[in-house]
Design a protein around this ligand. Structure first.
Ligand code: VGL
Ligand code: ZN
Length: 209
């Protein structure tokens, strides 16, 4: 069994959002066209309370992009984004939700960030994604979404670590590029760790698009 994990395709990560990823919206048609190819499709959703400590605004005098220590971990400070029950936290309006069987919300604990779709950054709490994949008999995980250099990267590295055969669909992802080169570096690191980096065309038997 295989499963597509759609990572954080939410308004705040798309152009016009609070933490925009360049061309973030361009992943939507790529993902929509691929949905039929998978046995299971799930999504992750960044889902922060307003008081989340990854927000620079919750640290007086700090600005987005600075790095602090949070619960013993290095934490990049971000603009306020993906606040629970706000339009910015909703999935992109063009994302086809009809085949998404489960949604795993993350970043709910104000004290710790959660880039991976599987665990918070301290690996203290599971989102339930691993348990879902095991229950469904999934052994092959395909990943697309936002952002390549943060949540896609962490999700893919955890998937490999957990023993899933793991693919990242490069053109179904875009990076934040806080520093230029972060996206390329993340792809190289994932490849080195055992993630197979592919193009959406590789998933088509025929020249379908
Ligand atoms: C993400 C930064 C903060 C992501 C989430 O989805 O890649 N990045 N929260
Ligand atoms: Zn976040």
């Amino acid at each position: 069994m295989n499963c597509l994990v759609i990572v954080d395709v939410q308004n705040d990560f798309c152009p016009g959002g609070a933490l925009p990823v360049q061309e973030g919206d361009r992943v939507v048609p790529v993902i929509n066209r691929l949905l039929d190819r998978f046995d299971r499709v799930v999504a992750t959703q960044d889902w922060h309370p307003p008081g989340h400590l990854s927000f620079a605004a919750n640290h007086p005098g700090r600005t987005p992009g600075e790095v602090i220590q949070l619960a013993g971990l290095e934490q990049v400070l971000w603009p306020v984004h993906c606040v629970q029950d706000t339009p910015g936290a909703e999935f992109h309006p063009d994302l086809d939700l009809s085949r998404i069987q489960a949604v795993f919300r993350k970043g709910v604990d104000p004290e710790v960030d959660s880039y991976s779709g599987f665990f918070d950054n301290g690996r203290r709490r599971s989102t339930g994604l691993e348990e879902y994949l095991r229950r469904e008999g999934v052994e092959e995980v395909y990943i697309g979404g936002l952002a390549t250099d943060y949540c896609v990267r962490w999700t893919a590295l955890d998937a490999v670590r957990l023993g899933f055969r793991t693919w990242v669909i490069e053109d179904a992802c875009r990076g934040v590029e806080l520093r230029p080169g972060d996206t390329a570096a993340a792809l190289a690191e994932m490849a080195q760790t055992g993630v197979q980096i592919i193009h959406s065309n590789d998933l088509c038997r025929d020249p379908c698009f």
